[in-house]
Ligand binder design. Structure first.
Ligand SMILES: C[S@@+](CC[C@H](N)C(=O)[O-])C[C@H]1O[C@@H](n2cnc3c(N)ncnc32)[C@H](O)[C@@H]1O
Length: 309
């Protein structure tokens, strides 16, 4: 009798690593099972993640032509190597689950805990960002592109700090001097730190950017830090997932958030609610800001979790 292989190791091992079968009867049985599994997996294609909030409209599918081409490529790949395609599907499910877990962690822990988590295992940062990029590929418009456009419409001499820069695409797409800040630095230009304590000098920045990065439970400390490094009359730009500021869906009341920012010494100049997926706030630091640390009543910002579609 052929030795029973552990089920989990069979799922994750490369098909090429499996030894060739020698016993005809057992192999035929195994092949039948494999074919059954393949047919089943065709019926249930791999699942992607989507924001859990039900009021968020599902992102539209990519243009038809692109989707047709993708399907054709995938079908060709599956036909040439069916086991490899099954393996890819399983791998993508595992990494999707890992991404969702890390995403939830970032929204439910402090910035300091997140910094320590990634410091212990910087590879987690890559897992998170692979999942995040996958999510972004379904959004009709990336919020970072709105920020890039805003910067391009303003003076390129403005000095920018990108709080929670991710892959630093902001710095790569504008002429401005940009200080890119994140928990992990995969690029020498990125400063690795918890953004509630940056090495930036006080009153040295013209524009502070938070693009989907108000993630930690102590997000108000990030805003206080941005306020510290901003020059008087400097800009503070926030792009956030729309449902986080939708009180009818458990999100924060935007007016309460704006009031708390005002107490910090940042006045709302404009907001843009036109996008289906994210909101944009444009604040300006007061000319004479005599901010002394005080108790501000911040509304809580609910986590943006993702579920399988
Ligand atoms: C959703 S991603 C957005 C990345 C980028 N701003 C964009 O728009 O593509 C949020 C980023 O904020 C970073 N982040 C979260 N908390 C942080 C903290 N306390 N200090 C520094 N970076 C943080 C995460 O590591 C992640 O790269």
């Amino acid at each position: 009798m052929a030795p029973r292989r552990d089920r989990r190791s069979r799922q994750t091992a490369s098909p090429r690593a499996l030894p060739p079968a020698r016993d005809g009867g057992a192999t035929a049985n195994t092949n039948k099972k494999k074919n059954k599994r393949r047919r089943r997996s065709k019926k249930n294609p791999p699942q992607h993640e989507t924001p859990i909030e039900n009021t968020e409209p599902s992102p539209p599918p990519p243009p038809q032509q692109v989707s047709k081409r993708r399907k054709k490529d995938a079908a060709a790949a599956a036909a040439s190597n069916p086991s490899a395609s099954l393996f890819e599907k399983m791998r993508s499910r595992l990494s999707g689950g890992h991404f969702r877990m890390l995403n939830e962690k970032l929204y439910t822990c402090s910035g300091n805990d997140a910094f320590n988590l990634f410091k212990e295992d910087p590879e987690l940062f890559n897992v998170y960002h692979a999942g995040y990029q996958e999510q972004m590929s379904h959004w009709p418009q990336k919020p970072v592109n709105s920020i890039i456009k805003w910067l391009k419409d303003h003076n390129p001499s403005l000095i920018v700090a990108d709080f929670g820069c991710g892959d630093a695409s902001l710095a790569k797409n504008v002429k401005n001097k940009v200080f890119s800040i994140d928990l992990v630095s995969n690029d020498p230009s990125v400063i690795a730190c918890d953004m509630s304590h940056t090495p930036l000098e006080t009153s040295s920045i013209d524009v502070a950017v938070f693009c989907l990065s108000l993630m930690g439970t102590n997000f108000s400390h990030y805003l206080e830090e941005a306020n510290r490094v901003l020059r008087p009359r400097g800009w503070l730009l926030i792009a956030e997932v729309k449902s986080r500021f939708d009180p009818q869906n458990g999100g924060a009341d935007p007016d309460r958030f704006i009031k708390a920012m005002q107490e910090l010494g940042l006045t709302l100049i404009s907001k843009d609610l036109t996008n289906k997926m994210f909101v944009l706030f444009f604040f300006k630091k007061e000319e004479k800001c005599n901010y002394v640390r005080k108790e501000i009543k911040w509304p809580s910002l609910k986590p943006c979790l993702y579920k399988r579609r």
